[in-house]
Ligand binder design. Structure first.
Ligand SMILES: C[S@@+](CC[C@H](N)C(=O)[O-])C[C@H]1O[C@@H](n2cnc3c(N)ncnc32)[C@H](O)[C@@H]1O
Length: 271
């Protein structure tokens, strides 16, 4: 059982490395998530490990802790309303806008284990196959190096593929091997994965037609949300779109984006 002081130490460590705020009532989650790591480093218990952390600069280990404690919850085609909006409004709009250049760029800015960006590519392949012959730039980033490795591997459990993925997509784009559903190269090949921390200056130099920043702002303070949104804005092209998670809004947030009133759900455009 973590003491109040140990809990504060871990919460502050995660905030320092990722900006994420862990609620104090999540003590048991912290203990469960860190247990295996603590055992692997051969500490007798979490208290001993935390005392060690306090006495060292070992930033690699501290980064690992922050990584382990990020929430990576995701699933294929998460939020049907948004995927319908991408299919019925955003992509047709981008096809119109970019028909001359035949270029399309997409950034999944908190991609977790890849389900979000892979769902989008499956959608393109199914509904807009011509677009896959365009000059595509598809970037997927996350703070967590561990989760990026999983995303690159694209090997999913039975449970993962049972959440949000239609059976015919599963059969068409995955092969079952050694207990995992492995996404085929014809989808994987489009994505460039990269580790990136949204709380730092962004090491990207591109503007994207579509930026997915879904279900990540909820973990930040209002002032950090605002900083992230200002940092992301230069990377959303003038006529591009920003999508947040369904429970995230920009109400009462000072952000350089406005709601796109033409869509029937909450998506944003740069202001
Ligand atoms: C709940 S998942 C959301 C995944 C996906 N966007 C979705 O909506 O299903 C949140 C992701 O944000 C990442 N994340 C948290 N803090 C971050 C930061 N400071 N920079 C980049 N990614 C971060 C986590 O590692 C995690 O994979």
């Amino acid at each position: 059982m973590l003491t109040e002081e140990q809990l504060t130490y871990i919460i502050e460590l995660v905030k320092e490395y990722t900006g994420n705020i862990i609620e104090r009532n999540k003590s048991y989650v912290i203990e469960n998530k860190l247990q295996e790591y603590v055992e692997r480093l051969t500490f007798d218990n979490l208290s001993e490990f935390i005392e060690y952390l306090k006495s060292t600069d070992a930033s690699d280990i501290k980064k690992d802790i922050a990584d382990i404690l990020t929430v990576n919850e995701t699933h294929f085609f998460r939020d049907e309303t948004i995927f319908n909006c991408i299919e019925e409004y955003i992509i047709p709009q981008l096809i119109k806008q970019n028909s001359k250049t035949k270029k399309l760029s997409i950034w999944s800015a908190a991609c977790s284990s890849g389900q979000e960006i892979y769902s989008l590519i499956i959608l393109l392949k199914e509904k807009f196959p011509d677009i896959l012959t365009w000059d595509l730039s598809i970037l997927a980033t996350d703070f967590s190096q561990r989760i990026i490795q999983n995303a690159k591997l694209a090997q999913y459990s039975e449970m993962d593929v049972s959440r949000g993925l239609l059976d015919n997509y599963l059969n068409r784009y995955f092969v079952f091997s050694n207990g995992h559903w492995i996404l085929q190269d014809e989808i994987k090949k489009y994505v460039n994965f990269k580790q990136l921390n949204l709380t730092e200056s962004l090491p990207i130099f591109e503007e994207f037609d579509l930026v997915l920043l879904r279900n990540v702002l909820i973990y930040f303070s209002v002032s950090d949300k605002e900083k992230i949104l200002h940092r992301v804005k230069p990377h959303v092209s003038k006529n591009g779109f920003l999508i947040l998670g369904s429970s995230e809004t920009l109400i009462n947030i000072n952000a350089p984006f406005v709601v796109d009133k033409l869509s029937n759900t909450h998506i944003y455009k740069p202001s």
